[in-house]
Ligand binder design. Structure first.
Ligand code: 13P
Ligand code: SF4
Length: 377
């Protein structure tokens, strides 16, 4: 059992949970009117040596400097496909930069402009908790037939765990294919760390029932009888942004906007996805909007930066945010123009800042699981 220590505010700190909040060096002021020009100049000075990847949830001020934008899957592919770039500046969150480091060559350096850009979902499955779960599955005589599948949104050591135990990584755009592959290798799947992506894919795309899914709670004793009878063992983790959309917000938007199409990300809760018209990754959301007829109305349940950008990109369509109370992903938003300028200017001056490196053995096994994903048909 892992314990959480509580500290009295201002008197103590947990270095582990605050990992990487330092931003050494001089961060430009957010009010500096020359930030765009400075980013442009530093990027131009670096030329082919730098490649900037931008996740769709990034701010506009950052995304304008991305050489490629994409969902987690596309960005992993793109990182692997740039052996000539000395620096990969990853405008996204920590687990994405770790995956890029694992998939790039030894001479390449991956930089995350703000090390505090983590992911609350990834933090919901720690290596010790997953090991504890696996030991319980071993004791119950189940582990030999369980295939671990982890969502990309997990730390490198969880990906490595999956690599070591015959498992695979998936993203929101290939979860079904990864699960089909996993069920060819074993009888049960341990799905980490997003219960919603696991449940939505199993039930809505693969014909399983809700009873085929059991929740694994890392903080409480689990009923091993129920675990033994399930096909999908879902880790009790979720996205703190997508988890806030509700079924009521779907009803509400349908009442407000007649004929509206509801399009949500599969990290949303099952009852929300059940009520939606379309569900898919960020890349799928963009493509669906692109293909939609002029004059159509859309309510989108995903991160607000992307929804706002979609509204600007498609002025001939009505694009609204599914829920008025859901906020930005605070960690995605950590990457702002001052941090990007600081990272690019430092690189141009010959100083590598905020480099993300994954320890060799972890990187080896995480790559096994990532390569299995990249090889999926
Ligand atoms: P995708 O871009 O793969 O859809 O992932 C969404 C997400 O939450 C990334 O953090
Ligand atoms: Fe993590 Fe959710 Fe933010 Fe994506 S949107 S980085 S899953 S907290």
């Amino acid at each position: 059992m892992t314990t959480t220590q509580l500290f009295i505010l201002g008197r103590s700190a947990d270095a582990g949970s605050e990992r990487g909040v330092d931003c050494p060096g001089e961060l430009p002021a957010a009010s500096d009117p020359d930030l765009v020009e400075r980013a442009r100049k530093a990027k131009a000075a670096l030329g082919e040596r730098v490649f900037v990847l931008g996740h769709h949830y990034q701010r506009d001020e950052v995304i304008q400097f991305a050489d490629v934008t994409g969902d987690s899957f596309k960005l992993a592919q793109q990182a692997a496909a740039r052996p000539e770039a000395e620096f990969i500046v990853f405008c996204g969150v920590h687990f994405m930069a770790e995956s890029a480091d694992i998939l790039t060559g030894p001479g390449q350096r991956v930089v995350l402009p703000d090390l505090a850009a983590g992911c609350s979902m990834a933090d919901m499955a720690t290596f010790d908790q997953v090991e504890e779960c696996w030991e319980a599955l071993e004791e119950a005589g189940l582990a030999d037939d369980v295939v671990p599948v982890t969502y990309m949104n997990s730390s490198a050591d969880i990906k490595a765990f999956c690599g070591r135990h015959g498992g695979v990584v998936c993203t929101s755009s290939n979860a079904k294919r990864a699960l089909e592959w996993a069920f060819e290798q074993g009888k049960q799947v341990l799905f980490l760390p997003d219960q919603h992506l696991g449940r939505n894919t199993a039930v809505l795309e693969m014909g399983m029932s809700l009873e085929d899914c059991v929740l694994w709670n890392p903080h409480r004793p689990n009923d091993m009888g129920k675990v033994a009878g399930a096909k999908m063992i879902l880790w009790k983790g979720h996205c703190s942004v997508h988890g806030r959309f509700t079924a009521e917000s779907v009803d509400d938007v349908r009442a407000r906007i007649p004929g509206v199409n509801v399009l949500v990300h599969p990290e949303c809760r099952h009852d929300v996805v059940l009520k939606a018209d379309y569900v898919g990754s960020t890349e799928y959301i963009i493509k669906t909007l692109q293909a939609a007829p002029a004059g159509s109305s859309w309510a989108i349940g995903t991160e607000l930066n992307l929804v706002k950008r979609l509204a600007q990109m498609f002025p001939d369509k009505s694009v609204s945010f599914l829920d008025k109370t859901v906020c930005y992903c605070s960690t995605m938003n950590r990457i702002d123009l001052p941090h990007l300028v600081w990272a690019l200017e430092s690189l141009a001056l010959g100083e590598t800042v905020n480099q993300i490196t994954v320890e060799a053995d972890t990187a080896h096994w995480a790559k096994v699981a990532l390569d299995r994903m990249l090889a999926l048909p």
